[in-house]
Design a protein around this ligand. Structure first.
Ligand SMILES: Nc1nc2c([nH]c(=O)n2[C@H]2C[C@H](O)[C@@H](COP(=O)(O)OP(=O)(O)OP(=O)(O)O)O2)c(=O)[nH]1
Length: 150
C-alpha cells in the first residue's frame, strides 16, 4: 500500500446511540465530482493520525467538532477503494460542537433520514461511495430495497 493516498470520511449522525439522520455534503470540485454528495472529510497528511485528520477536516470544511464512534468495517485493511491510488476509511461520528455549514469544498450540506435507506441511495453520491453507503446502511440496520445489491 506504499504510496497509496488515504482519505478519511465522517458518517456524521444526529446521534451515535440512536441514529435517525445522517449529514452529507455536496462537493464543488474537481469538475468530475462537483455536484455529487460525499462523506465530508479529506486526505490524511503525512505523519497525521487518521482520526486526527478527520477531526481537522470536519472542523475546516463544516465548522463542527465531533465525537467519533466506531469505524465502519472496510473491505480491505487500507479501507474502501476509491480509485487505483486512493482508499477511504469511514468513522461514525456525532456533532459535539457547532452547526454544520459548507465553509470549504462544498456548496450544500443536508441531513437525510435513515428511516428509509432508499432515500440515501437515491442521492447522486460520488460513484465510489455507493458500496460504502450500502455497508453503512446495513451496519445501522436501515431497511432499503437496494441496500443489499452490489
Ligand atoms: N472527502 C471525501 N472524498 C472522497 C469521497 N469519495 C471519494 O471518492 N473521494 C475522493 C475525492 C478526492 O479525490 C479524494 C479526497 O480528497 P479531498 O479533495 O477531499 O481532500 P482534501 O480536503 O485533503 O483536499 P486537498 O488538500 O487535496 O485539496 O477522495 C468521500 O466520500 N469523501
Amino acid at each position: 500500500m506504499t504510496g497509496q493516498i488515504l482519505v478519511v470520511g465522517g458518517a456524521v449522525l444526529d446521534s451515535l446511540g440512536e441514529p435517525t439522520r445522517m449529514l452529507v455534503a455536496r462537493r464543488t470540485a474537481p469538475e468530475q465530482f462537483a455536484g455529487l454528495w460525499e462523506f465530508p472529510g479529506g486526505k490524511v497528511e503525512p505523519d497525521e493520525a487518521p482520526e486526527a485528520a478527520l477531526h481537522r477536516e470536519l472542523r475546516e470544511e463544516l465548522g463542527i467538532g465531533v465525537r467519533l464512534g466506531s469505524e465502519l468495517h472496510a473491505v480491505t485493511a487500507a479501507g474502501w477503494p476509491l480509485s487505483e491510488k486512493a482508499s477511504m476509511r469511514v468513522w461514525l461520528a456525532e456533532i459535539a460542537q457547532g452547526e454544520p455549514r459548507p465553509l470549504e469544498d462544498h456548496d450544500e450540506v443536508k441531513w437525510f433520514s435513515l428511516a428509509d435507506g432508499d432515500e440515501a441511495l437515491n442521492l447522486p453520491w460520488i460513484p465510489a461511495d455507493f458500496p460504502i453507503v450500502r455497508a453503512l446502511l446495513q451496519s445501522l440496520d436501515v431497511r432499503s430495497d437496494s441496500a443489499t445489491g452490489s
